[in-house]
Each structure stands twice: as structure tokens, then as C-alpha cells.
Design a protein around this ligand. Structure first.
Ligand code: ATP
Length: 281
């Protein structure tokens, strides 16, 4: 099956600044992919390029089928009611599933007569996602859909996106700064750092392929690939890729998603890119 999203040697520039360099990644169809990275990493640039809002300076990015995009600032028209925005969407889009959108908003308890400016932040996010889904996309691209939402609203938005993925052929790419929000819902991870791709892969496989080691200062880590290391007093803690080292003084355990992400973000020179050129390695 062709990947839902594929970038090959992708380089994108904003005037003279390279926002993305040499990014090669592919997200299989049907996945919920988390796109994470610090401010300025290039997440929005990657999303804009994927949906055709920006043109690559180098390489290419390809989406299989149709993509729908929800921008960071959830562009709803404050003075319009939800029903008016649905009517507008119907006029602007050839493939428009208005019935599914109305049913979705009904399930979420969002009144069609309410003006967008009078909806809560969580409701606005849900309406923006609903309008994007009504276009029946193959790929749904969400730029920080959870920003500024309280934990309950964040959970509700993620749960409702998951329900859509379960019910149809849909791939989701969503960016977030809060890794904990992504833990139960995403099954693919893309990490960008300073415009470079650091990680792209299946989350379970990535977690299985890494270890957190703790041991005394001076224990030998020979034979492992250290992603990141930190020291507390005489204790050393490391995120490593591959099998544990032979030195029996290390205690080893599987990392959590947040530990894996933080380990890579702390070490921009490390990369975990199976089947691809290792950037910065
Ligand atoms: N319109 C623009 N003009 C010039 N430079 C830009 C423009 N948009 C983004 N950049 C630069 O490109 C780089 C990547 O920005 P981008 O917005 O893609 O990052 P991001 O990972 O989405 O960041 P954030 O988490 O802060 O939203 C940054 O260095 C940024 O300053």
C-alpha cells in the first residue's frame, strides 16, 4: 500500500532561511502520526508543504489522495454560525459530507445555531476538525489542535479524532508540544529538530528498540549507541538504542514516549531513522 505521506530529500526555505533540510520520511496509511519538535523545528513548514501551501526548494513531498488541513489558529469566522460555516463548506467543496458533519456536531453537543466566536476553545477545535473531516480527506493534517485547551477538552478532541480513524480509511498527522497528549492515541512518531528529521517510525517499535540505563558513573557503555546521557551526582542515566551493554552495573528498562522524545530533542545529532539516511549521525 502506498504511504499516506512521503517526503524525499525535502528542503523548504522561507526567503533565505532553510526551515527544513534533507527530510526523508514516510507515514503509512491508517496511522495517527505525532509530529513533535521544539519551537521553530519546522513542524508547521512540513505541514504547509504537505498540503501544498508552500513549495519545496529541494526534493518533494507527496500525499496519496486528498489532504485537509486545520491551521494552528483554527480559522473560523467568529460572526458566522456553525450552520453557516457548514453551508459555506458545502458550496466550496465538491466532496462534502454534510450529514456526517451534522451528526458529529450533534454527538459533541455543539449547537448549529451558535456563532463561532461564542464557542469555547474546545468546541472551536471540534468544529474546525469537523469541517476538515466533512471534506472526506485521506489525510487529516492538524497543526497544534490542542493548543490552549484544558486537559479535558484536549482528551475529548483526541478521542473524537481517534473515533474517526477507527471508522474509515484516514491517516492523521498532528503536531503538539505536549507529548503526554499523544501517548494513548498516536502510533507513529516524527521528531523534527532545527529543521532536520531526527526520528520517524512506529512508536511501539521505537520504544522496543531503545532502553533507559541507569548506573554508577564509570560503568561501561561499550557496544551501545548512546542517544542522550545525563548525570545526577554519581548516577548516570542514558537513553540508548539497541541491546544493553555488557557491564552488569547498569539497570535497564523500556523508555516511555516522553523519555524517548526528550532524549532525542536533547541531542540534535542523534537520529533513529530506520531504512533512511541517518541525519547528523
Ligand atoms: N513566514 C516565514 N518567514 C520567515 N521565516 C519563517 C516563516 N515561517 C517560519 N519561519 C522560520 O522557519 C523555521 C521553522 O518554523 P515553523 O513555524 O515551521 O516551526 P514550528 O516547528 O512549527 O514551530 P512552533 O512550534 O513554534 O510552531 C523557524 O526558524 C521560523 O523562524
Amino acid at each position: 500500500m502506498s504511504p499516506a505521506l512521503e517526503a524525499t530529500g525535502l528542503g523548504v526555505r522561507h526567503r533565505r532561511t532553510w526551515a527544513l533540510r534533507d527530510c526523508s520520511l514516510s507515514v503509512p496509511a491508517g496511522r495517527v502520526a505525532a509530529l513533535v519538535g521544539p519551537n521553530g523545528a519546522g513542524k508547521t513548514t512540513l505541514m504547509h508543504t504537505a498540503v501544498g501551501l508552500l513549495r519545496p526548494a529541494r526534493g518533494s513531498v507527496r500525499v496519496t489522495g486528498e489532504a485537509a488541513f486545520v491551521a494552528q489558529d483554527k480559522p473560523l469566522y467568529d460572526g458566522f454560525t456553525v450552520a453557516e460555516m457548514l453551508a459555506f463548506g458545502r458550496r466550496m467543496n465538491r466532496h462534502w459530507d454534510g450529514a456526517a458533519a451534522v451528526a458529529r456536531l450533534d454527538r459533541l453537543g455543539i449547537p448549529l445555531t451558535r456563532k463561532a466566536g461564542r464557542l469555547s476553545g474546545g468546541q472551536q477545535a471540534q468544529v474546525a476538525v469537523t469541517l476538515a473531516l466533512a471534506r472526506r480527506p485521506d489525510l487529516l493534517v492538524l497543526d497544534e489542535p490542542l493548543a490552549n485547551l484544558d486537559p479535558l477538552a484536549r482528551h475529548d478532541v483526541m478521542r473524537s479524532v481517534m473515533a474517526e480513524v477507527a471508522g474509515r480509511e484516514l491517516t492523521v498527522l498532528l503536531s503538539s508540544h505536549v507529548v503526554a497528549d499523544l501517548e494513548d492515541t498516536c502510533d507513529w512518531l516524527v521528531v523534527l529538530n532545527g529543521g532536520r528529521l531526527q526520528v520517524s517510525g512506529d512508536i511501539e517499535e521505537l520504544l522496543d528498540g531503545h532502553l533507559v540505563l541507569t548506573g554508577p558513573d564509570g560503568a561501561s557503555a561499550a557496544g551501545t549507541r548512546v542517544v542522550a546521557a545525563s548525570r545526577t551526582g554519581r548516577q548516570v542515566s542514558m537513553l540508548v538504542k539497541g541491546p544493553p551493554p555488557a557491564d552488569p552495573r547498569w539497570r535497564a528498562r523500556r523508555p516511555g514516549l516522553a523519555e524517548l522524545v526528550m532524549g532525542y530533542l536533547r541531542s540534535p545529532g542523534s537520529a533513529a531513522l530506520p531504512h533512511l539516511t541517518e541525519v547528523g549521525a
